[in-house]
Design a protein around this ligand. Structure first.
Ligand SMILES: *Cc1c(COP(=O)(O)O)cnc(C)c1O
Length: 532
């Protein structure tokens, strides 16, 4: 039979030939995918070989993507405008058909989907806090989708529910909680983890809110810093507390919450008749990578009997490093902690956890007890039906990939990965200090892997600081970014913050990044911006 016909999975050329060889080498009957449809795959009778052939083709596409993503000669992205992608490119169409397409087309669709996307595992992708392409993590994610189960009960997820328990215990002990406290759950991202912390804190002080709603409560106030993540405000509006009742506490020039300002905000809110109940401290702010002074904040929370949450979505990974964990000193005093392994620990998206110190609160707060899931007369220990702790019904299994990576690296492996990212940040910081065409946004050595800076084109270098220079500087980063996206050689984010005009934020969470990539970053930016 005429198998895996090269020319059919068009344009793939060499890549495709290797694929065919791979299938043949394995001695499997190859398939002509142009006449095969999804209905021919398992569970169709006799569909095993077709299924194997199809998945091997897919693995080949993914392997080639993974290996190209680690090559510096590959582009980070192949940018197209939304209208171009919507209209379709070189046979890649987003339109949904009425008739099934053959599997050859399906494989082309898979390849093209990756082609027009962004290589977040590329060593020169600096755009997001989550990056990298961990092979064990990918294996975990594959297994997860093959297992295709739901995290609500032990009945359907026996192994994963217990893995979650082990991971939560481990992470609680790393935070510094004793073995007799601690609860938690994996969530769809740090935003939801933070939402849980406010939900549970409110329930802790006002359990009647669960049945009687916000009308039964006084006007609540919560506190977070001006550099904190926007999920605090978002949660307050979702939970009916109201974003106006989020008090924004001032930060020092390094982006750390000023404890004295927290205290005076609490007093001011009380004077206005509000009832403070919750303080969010950030360990690793999103833009500056700053660590709030946790012990000082814990003292204030203790004095006013407020729930202390630590948002360590970004900074939590540093707990894995003996060299850097002291930056989170005081986190053990928190009543709840958000920690995103999908950021600094390089776990594939999504993987985030909310840890709650007091056991039973999550269950009490969220339990509804649907009898079609959470029967109490099952023949096993139903305490392992943890799904009613969640605000979801069905819940994706995000634990296996983290568990598998932990097995494969050990805690120490995560620690050295974190150390490496922070060494990269220090190297970038040193280079920036040395150069006159760049300016640091704040002068201090980075505490996390965030490094914030402006590029100064020659035309701006002699200008006096002031509104005119600011106005022009504000336009530099977006214009450089546009050129960068068109060329596709790297990707880094920019933003304004407070009174600071648009600046670049470089973040390192990908262990693939080396010093040469940092040198490249600076050279590229300088070239893109030279004539601005
Ligand atoms: C990224 C981030 C979040 C949100 O996490 P998601 O997983 O993106 O929802 C919350 N807080 C901080 C400090 C973050 O950096």
């Amino acid at each position: 039979m005429d198998f895996l016909q090269q020319d059919r999975i068009s344009a793939a050329g060499k890549e495709k030939q290797q694929a065919s060889a791979a299938v043949r080498d394995n001695g499997q009957t190859p398939a002509d995918f142009s006449s095969i449809y999804s209905k021919d795959l398992l569970p169709a009778a006799g569909g095993e070989e077709m299924t194997r052939g199809f998945l091997q083709e897919l693995v080949h596409i993914l392997l080639s993507y993974i290996s190209k993503s680690s090559q510096r000669s590959s582009k980070v992205l192949d940018f197209h405008h939304p209208h171009q992608l919507r209209e379709g490119l070189d046979g890649f169409s987003l339109e949904l058909p009425d008739q099934p397409e053959n599997l050859e087309q399906i494989l082309v669709d898979c390849r093209d989907t990756l082609k027009y996307g962004v290589r977040t595992g590329h060593p020169r992708f600096f755009n997001q806090l989550s990056s990298g392409l961990d092979v064990i993590g990918v294996a975990g994610e594959w297994l997860t989708s093959v297992a295709n189960t739901n995290m609500f009960t032990y009945e359907v997820s026996p192994v994963f529910i217990l893995m979650e328990e082990f991971l939560l215990k481990k992470m609680q002990s790393i935070v510094g909680w004793s073995a007799d406290v601690g609860d938690g759950i994996f969530c769809p991202g740090g935003t939801i983890s933070n939402l849980y912390s406010i939900l549970v804190a409110r329930y802790h002080f006002y359990p009647e809110v669960k049945t009687r709603g916000m009308g039964a409560l006084p006007r609540l106030a919560l506190f977070t810093s001006e550099h904190s993540h926007y999920s605090g405000k978002k949660s307050a509006s979702v939970l009916g507390i109201g974003s106006e009742n989020v008090f924004v506490v001032k930060c020092d020039e390094r982006g750390k919450m000023i404890p004295a300002d927290l205290e005076s905000s609490i007093v001011a809110a009380k004077e206005k008749g509000l009832v403070p109940f919750y303080v969010n401290a950030t360990a690793g702010t999103t833009v500056y990578g700053a660590f709030d002074p946790l012990n000082a904040i814990a003292d204030i929370c203790h004095k006013h009997t407020l729930w202390m949450h630590v948002d360590a979505a970004w900074g939590g990974g540093l707990l894995m490093s003996d060299r850097h964990r002291m930056k989170l000193q005081g986190i053990e005093r928190a009543w709840s902690v958000t920690w995103n392994p999908h950021k600094m620990m390089g776990v594939p998206l999504q993987c985030s956890v909310i840890l709650i110190k007091k056991r039973g609160l999550l269950q009490g707060c969220n339990e509804i007890g649907a009898t079609y899931l959470f029967q109490t007369d099952k023949h096993y220990d139903v305490n392992y039906d943890t799904g009613d702790k969640s605000i979801q019904c069905g819940r994706h299994q995000d634990v296996f990939k983290l568990w598998l990576m932990w097995k494969a690296k050990g805690s120490q492996g995560f620690g050295s990965q974190v150390n490496k990212c922070l060494e990269n940040a220090e190297y970038l910081y040193e280079q920036l200090q040395r150069r006159t065409d760049f300016e640091l946004v704040f002068k201090h050595k980075p505490e996390h892997s965030n490094v914030c800076f402006w590029y100064l084109p020659p035309s701006l270098r002699g200008l006096q600081p002031g509104p005119d220079r600011d106005m022009r500087l504000h336009q530099v980063a977006p214009r450089i970014k546009g050129r960068m996206m068109e060329k596709g050689s790297l990707l880094i984010g920019y933003q304004p913050l407070g009174d600071k005009v648009n600046f670049f934020r470089c973040v390192f969470s990908n262990p693939a990044t080396q010093q040469e990539d940092i040198d490249f970053l600076l050279e590229e930016i300088a070239q893109f911006g030279e004539d601005l």
